[in-house]
Design a protein around this ligand. Structure first.
Ligand SMILES: [Zn+2]
Length: 155
């Protein structure tokens, strides 16, 4: 599973957050509640359910909206799977690279949004999160392309 999170030309911060999410080691409210750090397990994004890794990254409207938007942009015609299953999605070459990059970007953006919602007591729109992660992926791909085409890499 590690090779689907840690891959060539990844964004280390995105891979690190995704790796922690896969291992369920991020400090979600269900864990903080167990450690008696917070007095409520309620998710700040939806305000209804218990915040766990599964809920935060896949099982509520907000994250589903982000995934569906991202899948539509990447022309992936299916519903999102669980994080562990998504990591085993088998594409080839550049398409696979784009997908893995997108997946880690989405996980990182959702985590960032979750942390922001705790501080600001409000969450951005799911489509805005998807668009933000898509733009970050595009910037990373442009950077990779720039690396390939630079004079320095041609020597
Ligand atoms: Zn929620």
């Amino acid at each position: 599973m590690a090779c689907w999170v840690w891959f060539s030309k990844n964004v280390p911060r995105w891979s690190f957050i995704t790796w922690l999410a896969v291992l369920e080691r991020l400090s979600t409210k269900d864990q903080l509640f167990r450690w008696v750090v917070v007095d409520s397990q309620v998710c700040d994004l939806c305000g209804i359910r218990e915040e766990s890794h599964r809920h935060l990254f896949f099982y509520f409207e907000y994250s589903r909206g982000v995934w569906q938007s991202l899948f539509a942009r990447n022309q992936i015609p299916r519903q999102p799977l669980e994080l562990g299953d998504e990591l085993f999605w088998k594409g080839k070459g550049f398409r696979s690279y784009c997908y893995k990059l997108s997946l880690t970007a989405v996980v990182c953006c959702l985590w960032k949004e979750r942390n922001g919602s705790i501080v600001q007591s409000k969450a951005g729109a799911a489509k805005a999160i998807a668009k933000g992660s898509f733009e970050e992926v595009r910037a990373k791909l442009s950077y990779c392309r720039a690396l390939k085409d630079s004079d320095q890499n041609r020597q």
